[in-house]
Design a protein around this ligand. Sequence first.
Ligand SMILES: CSC[C@@H](O)[C@@H](O)C(=O)COP(=O)(O)O
Length: 348
Amino acid sequence: MSGWRTFAWQDGRLTFLDQTLLPGETRYITTQDYRVVADAIRRLKVRGAPAIGIAAAYGVVLGAKELAGAAQFGEKVRQVISELAETRPTAVNLFWALKRQQAVLERNESQAEAAMIITALENEACQIAAEDEQVCRAIGENGATLLADGITVLTHCNAGALATAAYGTALSAIRMAHRQGKRISVFADETRPLLQGARLTVWELMQEGIPVTLITDNMAAAVMHLGKVQAVIVGADRITANGDVANKIGTYGLAVLAKEHGIPFYVAAPLSTIDLELASGADIPIEERAAAEVTSFGGIPVAPEGVAVFNPAFDVTPAKYVTAIITEKGIATGDWKRTFRSWITPNE
Ligand SMILES: CSC[C@@H](O)[C@@H](O)C(=O)COP(=O)(O)O
C-alpha cells in the first residue's frame, strides 16, 4: 500500500487515520484517551468491522493505563470495556475483540499488579492487530482463486485496508488477484448515505492502480443487466451460524440482483466476523443512525426539514443468496454451520 496505514501503536499512543476526511485530507489522530477512540468508532472516523475491533482493543489498553493505581482497577477496566461495547451494535468483531481483552483481564487479575495487566492487555491488542493483517492476507489469497483474469467485480461500501489492519477482506481478494497479474476491474458502489464506496474504496483502489469505475447505488442493476459484472464481492459485519450475512445497507439488494443475473455473490470475512451464538440474521442487532445522514449530502440539506427518516446502517442477506464465504481458513460454499464449526473452536 502506498505509504499509509489505518493504525499505528507507538509509545502507548494509538494513531489512526480519520476516515471521515478522506479522500480530501489524509489526517491522523493520535491519542492516549480511550474516550477519543470510542468517539472515533461512533463517528466512523474508524470504521469497518475488523478495524472497529482493533481500535476497541487498543482503547481498553488506553483506559487501563489511565486507571493504573486506581482502587478497584479490574472493575474500572471492565467499565471501560462496557463503554467501548456501547459504540456500535452490529459488527461482532467489536465484541469479539473486547471479549479477548476481558479474558486477559480475568486471567491476570487475581495475581498480577496493574502494570503487568496493562502489559498483557497491550500485548493482546498488538496481537489482535498483527493477526488481522495475516488473516486479511490469507483471505485475499483464498479469494483471489475465485477471480479469473479479465473479469469485472462489483463491490459495496469499503471492505479494504481502511476497514482492517491491512489489505482488507473483499478488497484483499481484488488486491491479491491484481498483484498476481490478473486484469481485474472494479465497479464501486458509492454507498449512500456515507459514501464509503466513493470516498474510501475508490481512494484505496486508485492508489494501488486497480482500475475502478464509480457508480451510484441505483446503477448496480443496470450494469449487471448490461453484462458488465462477472462477480460481486463484499465484506461482512456479522455472519450467523446459518450463513446469513449482515453488511452495509444495500448489500441485500445486490445479492438479489446478482442471483437474478446469474452472477456469483461472494462474501469475504475473517472468522472473527462469524457469530456462532446467533442462529440467524434475524437475531443481529442492526444499527440505526441519525436522520441527518440521509437528509443532507456533504453537509447540504437535500430534504425538507422535519421529514421522517429510516436510516438502518446495515441489512441482512439471507444465506440462500450467498455463493461463497471466503475466510482465512478456506472458502465455504454451503453447509454453513458445519463448515464454520469445523473452523472455529469454542472461545476462538
Ligand atoms: C472489512 S469491512 C466489512 C464491513 O464492516 C463493511 O463492509 C461495512 O459494512 C462497514 O460499515 P461501516 O458503517 O462503514 O463501518
